[in-house]
Design a protein around this ligand. Structure first.
Ligand code: ADP
Ligand code: MG
Length: 166
C-alpha cells in the first residue's frame, strides 16, 4: 500500500465558530485535487468544518447538510478550485453508486470533501487528508471537539498542518 501516514496534528476546538475558523485556516492549504475525508458521529461538526472550508476557498453557495443530495458542487467565485461536498451516508458500500458521482472526474479541478466516506472513497486518491472529529470526554458544555488531522501520502508531507495548532 503506497498510502502512508506522513503527518498527524491534533487541535482542540472549543466552539462552532472556532470550527469554522479551523476550516478557514485549513482551506488556505488546500489545492485542486485534494481529497478530504471527514469522520465523526452525527453532530460532531463535519458540516460546520466544511462551511469554513467553503468560505476559505471562496466558493458559491452555502454549505449545508444535504438531505436529498449526495454531492453538491460549489463553483469558485474567482480563481481556485470548486468545492465538491459529499455526504456519503446513504451511499451503499458498492463502488457503483460512488462511480455515478464521477468524483474521479471532478477531483483534479476541485477540493473534494466527503462526510461518511470511510471505506467508500479511498480509491480516489493515495493522498488523503483524514479529519477525525470527536467530542471531548467529560465536556459538560458539549461544545469542545478534538480534531485529529491525518495526512496520508506524499502530498501531505509538503503541507504545513502544524500551523493549524497555533
Ligand atoms: P455533522 O456534520 O458532523 O453531523 P454538524 O456540523 O452538522 O455536524 O453539526 C454540529 C453541531 O454541533 C452544530 O449544531 C454545532 O452548533 C454544534 N457544535 C457545538 N460545538 C461545536 C464545535 N466545537 N464544533 C462544531 N460544532 C459544534
Ligand atoms: Mg454533516
Amino acid at each position: 500500500d503506497p498510502a502512508t501516514l506522513v503527518t498527524t496534528v491534533t487541535v482542540t476546538v472549543n466552539s462552532p465558530d472556532l470550527m469554522r475558523e479551523l476550516g478557514l485556516a485549513l482551506a488556505k492549504q488546500l489545492r485542486p485535487g485534494d481529497l478530504v475525508m471527514l469522520t465523526g458521529e452525527l453532530g460532531a461538526g463535519k458540516t460546520t468544518l466544511t462551511r469554513g472550508l467553503g468560505e476559505g476557498l471562496g466558493v458559491r453557495g452555502a454549505v449545508t447538510s444535504p438531505t436529498f443530495v449526495i454531492a453538491r458542487v460549489h463553483p469558485p467565485l474567482a480563481d481556485g478550485p470548486a468545492l465538491v461536498h459529499v455526504d456519503a451516508y446513504r451511499l451503499g458500500g458498492g463502488l457503483d453508486e460512488m462511480e455515478d458521482l464521477d468524483l474521479d472526474v471532478s477531483l483534479p479541478d476541485s477540493v473534494v470533501v466527503v462526510e461518511w466516506g470511510d471505506g467508500k472513497v479511498e480509491e480516489l486518491s493515495d493522498d488523503r487528508l483524514h479529519v477525525l472529529i470527536d467530542r471531548a470526554t467529560g465536556d459538560t458544555t458539549d461544545e469542545v471537539r478534538v480534531v485529529t488531522l491525518n495526512g496520508i501520502g506524499e502530498r501531505w508531507s509538503r503541507a504545513d498542518l502544524g500551523s493549524l495548532t497555533g
